[in-house]
Write a protein that binds this ligand. Structure first.
Ligand SMILES: C#C[C@@H]1N[C@@H](C)[C@@H](O)[C@H]1O
Length: 441
């Protein structure tokens, strides 16, 4: 290991209360909202199938033209309490919302720019409304902030001249000021989800990324900061040049999940995956037919897979320009609610169990109660699932969370292996079984 000045600051999982709460939350809502919701994936009459919040890039729109969208920012149907209520009912324990995406438009009245809601026809302080409404219903709020900024004149993709150097110094001050402003205006914020840090300009400023992390923690002890912010002395991101995780949790799983076969290393640290309902749409896109849209059961499997590997999951919504939520996302939240009302105990505070992975689905162990759950997604044609337990551990009982008074039949399969017999008929949703285990520590 070489000594690094701007690498990982500590090893292992943070054990303080704020981080434990993050770990127990497990299921969160991601919200991507900004000017990009107005065109909704369409520019000059053409639909672009790429991510809607990247339309400025796909359609190669000059920043000064894109910025005119500010004059159409008028979410007159926006109701933060309604969003918070829907999220609460769905069972989200935390929420992460875009304060500023790559387009540079700020959803709060910032002292440091005119490219913000204060300069739009509708001057509502979106961040203020959301953090108040969500905090009031008991949902923790995190802020997404993009370092990459297509609007700001001092942003640089790389530092290749004295002029670049001076401009980027100004940009660093702008970001430091905005982050300080966000914490001071919204002190209930629990942490920051940084994005847009892949360019050389950031990789050459590892020291700055550490200073941002330290500044946020000095502004609010316990603040939680994702690994995606960080670059080390040599520009290594997420993990420093000694392969040590930087930041408080690993945030590399965007629209993908760690494999149970190859990536169990993730179970040794805190991590969070983020996912879209369509293949790749974070901001509002008016035409979801451009790609596969996940069913609720697919979304529930992504959530379960993350928790079963000891991670969190953020499920994204992209609100419409008028401030309403599209029907597909409202239906999804309602169906997640119906499933979580019965099975949420297997997800909240869930963690990696470490038993042999089976094709029928996932095991989740409760961090606090030590209860063990089997979550069945792929019902075997034999109508029974195999549970192979470590030496000295056996399954005493199996009760479906849908009706815990019911006991499922258990039969011997072999040494440390049993069958659990599933009831007819086939299931319309993932089927969760609480296992009574003996011999577990
Ligand atoms: C690429 C990229 C960005 N990272 C995701 C979390 C979205 O914000 C997307 O625009």
């Amino acid at each position: 290991n070489e000594s690094l000045k701007y690498g990982s600051q500590y090893e292992g999982k943070r054990q303080d209360e704020a981080m434990q709460k993050f770990r127990e939350n497990r299921l969160g809502q991601f919200i991507h909202w900004g000017l990009y919701a107005i065109p909704g994936g369409k520019w000059d009459g053409k639909i672009y199938p790429g991510a809607a919040e990247w339309l400025q890039s796909w359609a190669d729109v000059p920043p000064e033209e894109w910025s005119k969208l500010i004059n159409q920012w008028n979410p007159d149907e926006f109701d933060a309490q309604e969003w918070a209520h829907m999220a609460k009912e769905a069972g989200f324990k935390y929420m992460t919302v875009t304060t500023k995406h790559h387009e540079g438009f700020c959803l709060w009245p910032s002292e440091y720019t005119d490219f913000d809601v204060a300069s739009a026809p509708n001057k509502t302080d979106i961040m203020g409304e959301l953090i108040d409404a969500y905090t009031k219903v008991g949902i923790d709020v995190y802020f997404y902030y993009s370092i990459l900024d297509w609007h700001h004149p001092d942003w640089r993709y790389d530092i290749k001249s004295e002029e670049d150097e001076q401009a980027f110094e100004r940009y660093k001050t702008y970001v430091d000021n905005q982050l300080t402003e966000l914490v001071e205006r919204y002190p209930e914020v629990k942490g920051f989800w940084f994005d847009g840090t892949w360019d050389k300009s950031v990789k050459k400023n590892g020291k700055w990324t550490l200073e941002i992390q330290q500044m946020l923690k000095s502004l609010k002890p316990g603040m939680i900061v994702n690994s995606r912010l960080r670059a080390d002395d040599h520009g290594s991101r997420h993990f420093d040049s000694n392969d040590k995780l930087m930041g408080d949790y690993e945030s590399g799983y965007e629209r993908r999940l760690p494999s149970f076969r190859e990536d169990t290393i993730v179970t040794t640290r805190d991590w969070e995956a983020v996912m879209t309902v369509p293949e790749n749409q974070w901001g509002y896109h008016q035409d979801w037919s451009v790609s596969h849209v996940k069913s609720t059961n697919e979304v529930l499997e992504w959530i379960t897979h993350s928790v079963a590997m000891g991670g969190n999951m953020l499920v994204n919504i992209g609100p419409k320009p008028d401030g309403t939520i599209r029907q597909q996302e409202k239906t999804l939240m309602k169906e997640i609610e119906q499933w979580m009302d019965i099975n949420g105990e297997a997800i909240y505070a869930g963690d990696y169990l470490g038993w042999e992975k089976q094709d029928w689905g996932y095991y989740i162990a409760d961090q606090k109660t030590n209860e063990v759950y089997a979550l069945v997604f792929n019902v075997p044609v034999t109508q029974k699932i195999t549970v192979a337990t470590p030496e000295g551990i056996s399954i005493e009982e199996a009760h479906p969370l849908k009706d815990e008074s019911e006991s499922l039949k258990i039969s011997e399969k072999g040494p440390n292996e049993v069958f659990i017999h599933l009831p007819q008929p086939m299931f319309e949703a993932p089927y969760v079984i609480k296992l009574k285990v003996s011999g577990k520590d």
